[in-house]
Design a protein around this ligand. Sequence first.
Ligand code: MLC
Ligand code: AMP
Length: 504
Amino acid sequence: MANPLFDALFAPHAGRDTAFLHLPSGETTSHAAFLAEAAQYAHALTALGVRPGDRVAVHIEKSAQALALYAGCVQAGAVFLPLNTAYTPKELDYFVGDSGAALFVCDPGEAAEMSSIAAKHGCILHTLAGDGTGTLADLAEAQATEFQTVARDAEDLAALLYTSGTTGRSKGAMLTHRNLLSNAEALVDTWRFTANDVLLHALPIFHSHGLFVATNVTLLAGGSMIFLPKFDQDAVIARLPDATSMMGVPTFYTRLLDDKRFDAALTAHMRLFISGSAPLLSETHERFAARTGHRILERYGMTETSMNTSNPYDGERRAGTVGFALPGVEVKVCDPKTGAELPHGEIGVLEVRGPNVFKGYWQMPEKTREELRDDGFFITGDLSLIDADGYVHIVGRGKDLIISGGYNIYPKEIELFLDAQDGVLESAVIGAPHPDFGESVVAVLVPEPGAKLDVAAVEAAVKRDLASFKRPRRVETMDALPRNTMGKVQKNQLRSRFAAVFSG
Ligand code: MLC
Ligand code: AMP
């Protein structure tokens, strides 16, 4: 019986004694050992009553076991639902409830707090820590190391990834076996990954970049990963000599460039540096090339589509562009009002179609219809143009989105939260250039007439209820927000006014 993702990514590794994960402890997990552990997790899930198609929500630290749980979910036919470790209980309550998860796996340290969320939504709670211990690990350890893979169709869901939206309510992007497998195949091919690759993996594994791009590509190619818990400058520099390739968000590369130890000698043996999730400034691209002799390969993607375009492996990696459509993927630039395709050189909204494009938003048919056309094109909301040589440029965003260190933040979500605080009449949230994160969050608060606004109390509420990366790093107050004659808040005015708050 077939299970497209498991058969291609995981099953071929059974019995392979080759290295898969190089861990910070100095230990190495072989492909065979990883497969055996995945099977144990698949058994554990089944023993807990998780059925094919059920969602398994995880709010856990990055570890080899967390990855084995992902593999176990795929093998057992469940839908993997990873959640940002920065999410607060209030945020998690929404994700667990909305997804109708059958099982919620959290860190042992937060189990007490999470038990009420699990109870409220009628799901089972288990734990898994960053060191690989926990109640789920105990259960898995007692299981057999082989598991009869559950059959799945290419159109069945393999993962549900939440992405916030312009309305402030997060939407679950439904990703099928076909979506994830086709993208891994296109990327292995485009980026020439092989079993000899050792990928330096310092990304989180709760997002598309670290989980599907980095991990699935390495699994499909049969290579290994230096699996770091997070981006730690010293650890990355220490481990680079053992790697052949690295993937990161632009902040990784600007931080490395700020470090004198990062030079041509340290990177001489490297095959490939890849960047994505946020725009890589041309200046960073050129500084990187001047320092190391490597031209970063920039690509472009989204949670809903995985990767869409990439600069070429051979040929010019053009700074400030995201290259060409991947094999099997179509891209076109369209008029935002009419949807008509625009000629090369004109700016419009990028639309993409291909086997990588998701199935829709979880239980949100209307939202799905707004963004996914009947003919299969997905409206990305990214403003772009295609130049005379066919390179795609992302020139801005039609959507009101801030990208901070590779994490997406939708202002609406923060504005709705701020507006509900005592003493706040209304608010506007914008992004301002930030030297480390690319962009960071600025909140402008308008106090209620006659009220004394307690900004510190508002900040404390934000800290309690919103993930730390969404926290406004600057809070300003104004008597009124600038509006146009239609009454719409003029965010451009706010953006220019606060453009230098983090840099000047
Ligand atoms: C951490 N913090 C952030 C932040 N990351 N704040 C804003 N933006 C971020 N990205 C907060 C911390 O919680 C902490 O808050 C404070 O900043 C200091 O943390 P730090 O030590 O400087 O952060 P660090 O741990 O070094 O993390 C920075 C980072 C990390 C850039 C290494 O954010 C990261 O790994 N980003 C990768 C994101 C990613 O994988 N995106 C892919 C999405 S998929 P406090 O309050 O405690 O001080 C996608 C599709 C695609 O977009 O195309 O790939
Ligand atoms: P996410 O919803 O987290 O998947 O983020 C996807 C968004 O990140 C895209 O819609 C783009 O706005 C942005 N993005 C990803 N890669 C790039 C890139 N290379 N250049 C510019 N923006 C990017």
